[in-house]
Design a protein around this ligand. Structure first.
Ligand code: FMN
Length: 171
């Protein structure tokens, strides 16, 4: 599949089935994230693959800390927790984290899996549960699994003209 088609196909899944995901596929998704580019190659990330059923259930609860809108991840068979890796100094690493997470989600899509990035969760609770260092807090959760409903939604995006400026020769 062309990369652009894969990107068009990827969508946030909010209807996961409980079909299990293979450990090797999760490692492959995280490998895609691990090789992402980052400013000065700082690689300001760490990944925790949560695959144990009891832990997944607890992570799904923590994802609902600020409301029920993340309830859809309750049957989800796996999560990848993306942590900020400790780096001395005050670096802006948000862009880097975004890049690695996108690579993870696209690799998952290529494997026939579905994902949802989850930014709204109880970071402290998740740190406690996974015994993460306070210096390396979780920044994003990615729910990974199989979609119960694979219907493709139209992308709701701003129109091209509103967000793209072309400065070149008119054809
Ligand atoms: C940083 C970030 C945080 C997000 N947090 C949540 C979340 O907590 N819950 C959720 O359902 N979706 C979350 N999303 C998914 C977005 O809502 C979704 O990507 C956006 O609406 C575009 O839809 P699409 O992913 O289906 O193309 C998050 C996405 C990003 C990039």
């Amino acid at each position: 599949m062309e990369l652009l088609d894969l990107m068009r196909k990827r969508q946030s899944c909010r209807d996961f089935s409980d079909r299990p995901v293979r450990k090797e596929e999760l490692f492959q998704c995280v490998e895609a994230a691990r090789i992402a580019p980052s400013g000065q190659n700082h690689q300001p990330w760490k990944f925790v693959i949560v695959h144990r059923k009891d832990l997944c259930r607890q992570v799904a609860k923590i994802a609902q800390q600020y409301g029920e809108f993340n309830r859809f991840c309750e049957p989800c068979p796996a999560f990848v927790v993306v942590q900020k890796r400790y780096l001395p100094g005050d670096r802006d690493i948000e862009l880097d984290l975004g890049l690695c997470v996108m690579q993870l989600c696209l690799e998952a899509e290529a494997l026939g899996l579905s994902t949802c990035m989850i930014g709204s969760f109880g970071a402290e609770q998740l740190s406690d549960l996974l015994e993460l260092s306070p210096q390396e807090p979780p920044r994003l959760l990615v729910a990974v699994g199989y979609a119960a409903d694979e219907t493709h939604r139209e992308k709701t995006r701003l129109p091209y003209e509103e967000v793209v400026t072309y400065l070149g020769e008119e054809s």
